[in-house]
Structures are given as structure tokens and as C-alpha cells.
Design a protein around this ligand. Structure first.
Ligand code: NDP
Ligand code: 2IT
Length: 448
């Protein structure tokens, strides 16, 4: 797929020139612009209002030094980021990624996608993302705490419950959010909902931990239902073994599927009997060990080094839940050859453009990340509502709201794809539906 519309082509060329050396960001923008062709043709008013030129440029980008002292008394320095991309429909909202691969390109691609994802949730949240190239692996609790405190010391100047509300992402879970929240409260002398994904004893929402994985399965079940099928009896391949992967595996299993793989950045496990999730939770959430440990509990399972091999396992449904560009064109072809009919994305941008081509050519049901993994941030939005009300809802209330939101996201994607002549292309549907709400808000608020 290439962009044909002259205006969009020229806009993309300008984005490429202005953001050289940022391949992930350019990849994310290219995909969105490509699918907006019919919108640009139907809505010259949005083009005239300069919405597209403005939406590809972050409102504000903050890059800062994060100094901290390790357990040996040595000074370490990391780089911190917060990209406040778009606030047309609400305060900036999006996670914080802690991973050695983090750079401006990665934070910008995530922040850009977050604009459309947050719009799809139906809740009033703008788009943002942040993080650091800090590697939490192998660090002591004390080191994690000192890093988080230093990171928040600078970040606290730029965020706030009505301005920008960060949350978790790769490498940032409840422990890290807790240390960051404590530091923010101490610095500002304010107990507010400035972060989501908080612990349940200090303002966190029930079901936030489960939300992204559960939401992914709720979205996928809707997509399957609309196409006359369901999770029941299907074999599912999942990558990753973190927050998203674990709760996707749990809900897919509850829906009657058999999950046979999970992975980490070292390799993957294959259990023909279906993954024992209690065991994965023990290894990952309690012991913080590698997925290979699964063999200690289940010697009959198989482990293979390298994470790409997970896509060679035969399945009906693939749920990538680890990281960006984890499925390339070659892996997509192997999935199709092995009979896979559905790819639904828990991770952000896990499929390369070549992989997406393969899905579309072979008429797979393809649930794009912006829609399929929006349950996490949607539940963060519900946490913000509870914090504002100073109330907390039951697990069942939050889960029911999440389920309703994921159904409405699927419907929005399906309807937009049909309205713009691309029935069944939920990627185009998600981009268009997410874009239109933000674009109307940007137009109404004038050139800001
Ligand atoms: P976690 O840190 O809990 O888990 C990440 C998992 O992915 C781990 O198993 C990790 O393995 C693996 N992984 C990370 N980076 C790589 C890599 N470069 N190569 C191979 N494997 C890798 O993160 P989450 O589960 O929260 O996030 C997973 C994905 O879901 C990300 O793309 C994130 O942006 C997205 N997402 C998360 C949401 C949330 O609410 N948490 C919401 C929406 C999307 P290892 O331990 O070896 O690093
Ligand atoms: O990518 C994502 O949507 C997240 N990491 C969750 C963001 C949030 O604010 O809950």
C-alpha cells in the first residue's frame, strides 16, 4: 500500500524530512496517513483547518537527565522523556516505558498512536507517552526506587491530574508507579490522581492490572463474533509474558481457547496441554524470573531460544503482546501458511508494514493495536474518574464498563471502515474513527 493522494504524500515527505533518524515514528505516521486518504477527500474543511499538519507535530517534547546512585555508590545517568502529543480532547494520557531501547523515535511513535487510541475509548483523554532508557532488569528494589524518585523529580514539573497523567508500560508496573507516586506527593504536597495503575490501597482502580489483556480479548471476541466465530476451541499463540500477555492468556482461556505459548526477550515456551497460568504468574509477577523457568514446573513443555520462533507455532489466533515490530513479513507468511486466521494486537505496533500487507492480502481478521489494546488506557480513564469522585468501584463494575467500551470500540472501527468503503479493514476503521473526533475538536478550538 502506498499513499496516492498528493496532499498526503507531500505531508509525509515533510514529516520524513523533519524527523530524520526516527524510523518507528515515521512508520506510525505513514500507516495513519495512508488510511486517511478517503477522509481527506471527503473532508476538505479539516485539511483547510491544518489539522493534519498539526496532528503529526507533538505539542511539547521534554527530554531530561535522570541521575541516580547504584548499590555500589556509583553515579548512573539515564535519559528521561515525556512527549505531550495532543490535548485536543483531554489531558495528555499515556504510559511510561522503561527499557534500554527507549529513544525519542519510540516515545514519539507511542505518543502519536496514543492520540487515536485514547479517542477511540470514548473517554476525554489526549495523547502522550514517556519513559527512559533505564533497564530495570537485574536492579535491586533500592536502585529501582532511587531511579523512579529521580525521574519523577524532574517529571513532576510537567504533569498533573488535569494536565498530563502517566501510567505503566513495558518495565513500569505497580512497583514503579508506587515509587513515582510517592515522590510526586512529597514534592507537591498533593494527593491527586496524577498517575494511573496505582496500588489498590492508594487510589488505584480494581481491574486496571487485568484491563489491557482482558480488553484485548473482549475486542477480539467482538471481531470474531461479527465474522461468525469465537474463541471457543481455538488454539492461541501469545508472545510476551508481562502484564498484557498474562491477562490476555487468562481471558482467552476463560473464553474457551487453548493458549499454547508465551515468551520473553530470551525465548519462548510451548505447552501443548495449554499454558499453566498460575505457574507463569508465580515466575513473572512474584519471582521476576525468565520464562524458561516454566520447565522447572512443567518438564514436559518445550523451550526454544530466540523470540521470533513463537510465530512458527501452529495456531488459529495470534495475540502479539510483547513489543513493536515483533512480527515481520516472513513471520506473517509462516502464520498464514500454518492456518492462522486472526491477528489481534496487545502490544503497540507489533506488526511491520510488510506483515500487515500479508494479513490484508490473505483476508485475516486483523485487530490493530490502537483499538485492540485500548482497554488498558480506557481503564486508566476509569481510574481518573474514580479519583476525581474520591470513590472506588467494584471489580465487576469496572470490568463491565471495560467490556462495554471494547464493544463500542469494535463497532466504531467496523462502522468507519464501512462508511469509508473499506469494510472489514479494522486498521483503517480505527485510524479514521480515532482521527475524526480529535480532528473535529482541533478544528473547533482554532489554530492552536
Ligand atoms: P511488561 O514489561 O509487563 O512485559 C513485556 C513483555 O514483553 C515481557 O515478557 C518482555 O520480555 C517482552 N519484551 C519486551 N521488549 C521486548 C523485546 N524488545 N523483544 C522481545 N520481547 C520483549 O510490559 P507490558 O505487558 O505492559 O507491555 C507489552 C506491550 O503492550 C508493549 O508493546 C506495551 O506498549 C503494550 N501495551 C501495554 C499496556 C499496559 O497497560 N501495560 C496498554 C497497551 C499496550 P523481557 O522480560 O525479556 O523483557
Ligand atoms: O500503551 C498504552 O495504552 C499504555 N501503556 C497504557 C496507558 C495508560 O495511560 O494507561
Amino acid at each position: 500500500m502506498a499513499i496516492k493522494n498528493a496532499y498526503l504524500k507531500e505531508l509525509l515527505a515533510r514529516v520524513e524530512k523533519r524527523n530524520q533518524g526516527e524510523p518507528e515514528f515515521i512508520q506510525a505516521v505513514t500507516e495513519v496517513l495512508m488510511t486517511l486518504e478517503p477522509v481527506v477527500e471527503k473532508r476538505p474543511d479539516l485539511v483547510e483547518a491544518g489539522v493534519l499538519e498539526r496532528i503529526v507535530e507533538p505539542e511539547r517534547q521534554i527530554i531530561f537527565r535522570v541521575p541516580w546512585v547504584d548499590d555500589r555508590g556509583n553515579v548512573q545517568v539515564n535519559r528521561g522523556f515525556r512527549v505531550q502529543f495532543n490535548s485536543a480532547i483531554g489531558p495528555y494520557k499515556g504510559g511510561l516505558r522503561l527499557h534500554p531501547s527507549v529513544n525519542l523515535s519510540i516515545i514519539k511513535f507511542l505518543g502519536f498512536e496514543q492520540i487515536f487510541k485514547n479517542s477511540l475509548t470514548t473517554l476525554p483523554m489526549g495523547g502522550g507517552k514517556g519513559g527512559s532508557d533505564f533497564d530495570p532488569k537485574g536492579k535491586s528494589d533500592g536502585e529501582i526506587m532511587r531511579f523512579c524518585q529521580s525521574f519523577m523529580t524532574e517529571l513532576s514539573r510537567h504533569i498533573g491530574a488535569d494536565c498530563d497523567v502517566p501510567a505503566g508500560d513495558i518495565g513500569t508496573g505497580a512497583r514503579e508507579i508506587g515509587y513515582m507516586f510517592g515522590q510526586y506527593k512529597r514534592l507537591r504536597n498533593e494527593f491527586t490522581g496524577v498517575l494511573t495503575g496505582k496500588g489498590l490501597t492508594y487510589g488505584g482502580s480494581l481491574a486496571r492490572t487485568e484491563a489491557t489483556g482482558f480488553g484485548l480479548c473482549y475486542f477480539t471476541e467482538e471481531m470474531l463474533k461479527a465474522n461468525g466465530t469465537s474463541f471457543k476451541g481455538k488454539t492461541v499463540v501469545i508472545s510476551g509474558s508481562g502484564n498484557v500477555a498474562i491477562y490476555a492468556a487468562q481471558k482467552a482461556t476463560e473464553f474457551g481457547a487453548k493458549v499454547v505459548t508465551m515468551s520473553d526477550s530470551n525465548g519462548y515456551i510451548y505447552d501443548a496441554n495449554g499454558i499453566d497460568l498460575a505457574c507463569v504468574k508465580q515466575i513473572k509477577e512474584v519471582e521476576r524470573k525468565r520464562i524458561k523457568e516454566y520447565l522447572v514446573y512443567h518438564p514436559e513443555a518445550k523451550y526454544a531460544e530466540g523470540c521470533k520462533g513463537v510465530w512458527t507455532v501452529k495456531c488459529d489466533i495470534a495475540l502479539p503482546c510483547a513489543t513493536q515490530n515483533e512480527i515481520d513479513g516472513e513471520s506473517a507468511k509462516i502464520l498464514v501458511k500454518n492456518g492462522c486466521k486472526v491477528v489481534s494486537e496487545g502490544a503497540n505496533m507489533p506488526s511491520t508494514p510488510e506483515a500487515i500487507e500479508v494479513y490484508l492480502e490473505n483476508k485475516l481478521l486483523y485487530g490493530p493495536a490502537k483499538a485492540a489494546n485500548a482497554g488498558g488506557v480506557a481503564t486508566s480513564g476509569l481510574e481518573m474518574s474514580q479519583n476525581s469522585q474520591r470513590l472506588s468501584w467494584t471489580f465487576e463494575e469496572v470490568d463491565e464498563k471495560l467490556h462495554g467500551i471494547m464493544k463500542s470500540i469494535f463497532k466504531a472501527c467496523d462502522d468507519a471502515a464501512k462508511t469509508y468503503g473499506m469494510e472489514g479493514n479494522y486498521m483503517a476503521g480505527a485510524n479514521i474513527a480515532g482521527f475524526l473526533k480529535v480532528a473535529e475538536a482541533m478544528k473547533a478550538q482554532g489554530c492552536v
